[in-house]
Design a protein around this ligand. Sequence first.
Ligand SMILES: [Ca+2]
Length: 378
Amino acid sequence: MHTHRRSRVSGQSTFGTNFVIAAIVLLTAFTSVIFGQSAINIPSTGLALWLKADAGTPAAGSRVSIWSDQSSNHADASQANGVNQPLATLSASGARVVRFDGASDFMSFVAPLNGLTGATLILVASAAQDYTGDWNGTSNAPLFWNETAYWGCVHLSPFQTSVKYRFGTTQTNNLPAFTRPVSIGSGLSITTAVKNGTTESLFINGSNVLTQSGKYSTINGIAGTGTLGRGYNSTYFAGDIAEVLVYRRALSDAERAQIESYLISKYIAAPPTTNQAPSVSVGPAATVTYPAAASLTGTASDDGLPNSTLTYTWTKVSGPGDVTLSSPNAANTSATFSAAGQYCLRLTVSDSQLTASADVQVTSVAPAPPSAVPTSGL
Ligand SMILES: [Ca+2]
């Protein structure tokens, strides 16, 4: 009921009311959010909807009937019908997401956009399959507002090989589309579309990939209720949605970059560096004449984790006699053998947590017997 009142407020007859509301909202410039170890600021002015799967959803493994809006608008996305409810789950990278099955799952929310000359859509999503975006780009849109007039519709559709979107104004043939240089497969990406009057821009993971001018400036012909997981003409989206932000204004570049930085560190950046084992090699196979010593040369490198200290250990793996090492805990050592024969020696290097080793073959050749005393004619 609250949401119905909101949708009427946005109607043309009370359009002026929105400016009063916006002026009041301006007094609170930012919403502080604690995520992980760092506090980030999400601009709250004009924020119509903020859905994030790591808050306001049920436990992973549960169907989602309500996805609670994190903005101050209480514009929760909802789906009362069990068979149409998406699944709260984890992405392959471990992020909390809401998964839509592409067959019947969708949620609805109220976030009116009609009459605006600026708007910003930010979507963190992955597509489980690729779509071409039929129906003038609007099919299978993960974030979608239906049209109430031809060439209406607002949607943002990051697919695997393309991104399509529209801020509908009733302007014909308004079909912004970006073809990715390489398919992103089913990985999460951050897509931002900004309408700033007659100019619109598209950003992927914080980088500008498309800007178009000459648009009608005013969003028009759009239903007040939007959907997640279902595009035009009941075409469904198979994939994950992790986070959605909708602004009723064009964000500045600085504001957009601030939000994208937060989302990139949350969903895209490489995981914390983990310790890797050292890399080890030893000198080439050698042949010495018994009882001479063999010189063994080892080299090792490491990522410096957990510290920059490496320890070396030479050991005998196989061979007929005993091996005596001059420096068994150094990279380089000499080895002597108690008997001639083939030996395998191993250098093991540890960074205190992980070890690696390499082997080298050494042959200790028995000396040729002394020349026999000639017996001929003895
Ligand atoms: Ca290491």
